[in-house]
Design a protein around this ligand. Structure first.
Ligand SMILES: O=C(O)c1ccccc1NCC(=O)[C@H](O)[C@H](O)COP(=O)(O)O
Length: 215
């Protein structure tokens, strides 16, 4: 029997989201640091929320093309276990951030077509994990968290030398099919468990985790 699927719930904005996500079954919690996002957190709020997370649950900080100065300030204040890089960070920058900040790094890679798959292989050489996400539309305000899925057949049967997560447009209704089609053992969700942009819904988080953990 395979190990249970790991669920990451990204973009928590309220302190009540932390116990709700953990009770639902999430193993990773994502905190967004991107000013244009409805899920953006101020450092003191993130520090408070992350401080309530028990041992064994991975606290992930999501940043977009962040400077070392920002990462230094954020990590000095917020207890974080993993960095998620969701911008245009090059493989060299991923390596640099890993070495400088001493935390595991998950690099998000956007997929829209077969031409995007090579980047997954490149980042799998330098990151601790890769997040296989939908590529944002050209005019999107956000580089992720858009509730948009990609064609899962593109990665069916593909494997990488590091752990990976499937993301992009997952919901309580489609996550089981996404897992079945791709073979993912880790899934990441944000919009699909919200009642409005930036507002997590405890019932949807529970339904999502139940559907993912049933696979
Ligand atoms: O959530 C945001 O607002 C956000 C902002 C900037 C970069 C990434 C962002 N979110 C990424 C995610 O929440 C997930 O890792 C992933 O993209 C899946 O999101 P969704 O399609 O909404 O489930």
């Amino acid at each position: 029997m395979s190990a249970p699927v790991n669920v990451k719930i990204c973009g928590l904005t309220d302190s009540a989201d932390v116990p709700a996500a953990i009770l639902a079954g999430a193993r990773y919690l994502g905190f967004v640091f991107f000013e244009k996002s409805p899920r953006n957190l101020a450092l003191p709020d993130a520090a408070f929320m992350a401080g309530t997370v028990p041992e064994g649950i991975c606290k992930v900080a999501l940043a977009v093309d962040a400077t070392d100065d920002f990462l230094d300030r954020m990590l000095a204040e917020v207890p974080i276990d993993m960095l998620q890089l969701h911008g245009r960070e090059t493989p060299a920058r991923v390596s640099e951030i890993r070495a400088r900040h001493g935390l595991p790094v998950m690099k998000a890679v956007g997929v829209a077509g077969a031409e995007d798959l090579a980047a997954l292989d490149d980042y799998a050489q330098v990151a601790d994990q890769i997040l296989v996400d939908a590529k944002p539309p050209k005019d999107a305000a956000l580089p992720g968290g858009n509730g948009l899925a990609f064609d899962w057949r593109l990665i069916a049967g593909r494997r990488w030398p590091v752990p990976w997560m499937l993301a992009g447009g997952l919901t309580p209704d489609n996550v089981a099919e996404a897992i079945a089609m791709t073979g993912a053992r880790q899934v990441d969700v944000s919009s699909g468990v919200e009642s409005a942009p930036g507002v997590k819904d405890a019932d949807r988080m529970a339904a999502f985790c139940a559907a993912a953990l049933s696979r």
